[in-house]
Write a protein that binds this ligand. Sequence first.
Ligand code: NDP
Length: 265
Amino acid sequence: MLKQHFALFGNPVSHSKSPLMHNLAFRALDLDACYGRYLLEDGTQLREKFLVLGLKGANVTVPHKEYAYRACDHLDPFAQKVGAVNTIVKREGELYGYNTDAPGFLRAISEFKSRKVLFLGAGGTAQATAAILAEEGYEVTILNRSAGRLEKFREQGFTCYTFETFKTEVFGLIINMTSAGLKDEMLPAPAEILEAVIPQAKACIDVIYGKKTPFLRLAKKYNKPTKDGTDMLLYQGAIAFEHFTDGEYCFDEVLPAMQRAFDFN
Ligand code: NDP
């Protein structure tokens, strides 16, 4: 069989661990394949670039997941539901789209037994992950800085607050779904709100990976168990790999090789 090519599309892409994760897995499984990165500025060109590059599969990151959804000929039911695709596979000339972020996230938080969750943030990642948690019977409340993005969540039956309307309750898990703390030192919500909910929570989770965010540092101040976004990234990658190889390799076979990507700085 000819060497197979894969890529990550996004803007930016230089920071991503995905190429290393997938290339380590290809090597460990002795597959003749390679995975690169492609800085894509215009998301409308995603399908054309995918085809011109002769790819077998791709991952798609910020800000092109909705373009990826539109670029596919076939969508799996969950990608269809949330309107965002992060994994594309070509089969017989047609593009199949999947969302592996949400199942990866679900798996990453399954070690925590709490089912009552407060999401800080209402962006694309929150949208997909809230949907899968609701399907799995979690009770999800959304708190976001601005009101605009909350409408979609309200229509789907989630309880939603802005900082101004928030009413304190006891939440088992508090999860930072915002980009606050990624490139700055900001908290995802005002300190008064966080200091009212964190002490009563069982654990605090951040989807940002590779750094101790101000949110996780605050949680540590209250001696709460914390977890960053590393497992979410690994698990979405391992699920994507299952799609790339049409189920020939399973999650548990791929994961140990992908985990080695975090041994490199
Ligand atoms: P979006 O751009 O879709 O949404 C950003 C969200 O963050 C909005 O709710 C926005 O609020 C909020 N926000 C941004 N800055 C602040 C701030 N300073 N204070 C309070 N709220 C803020 O982003 P995504 O959903 O795509 O990504 C969110 C995070 O998830 C990113 O950090 C990303 O790196 C991470 N991520 C991690 C993955 C992993 O595998 N670990 C996978 C995918 C994403 P508003 O509506 O008011 O603007």
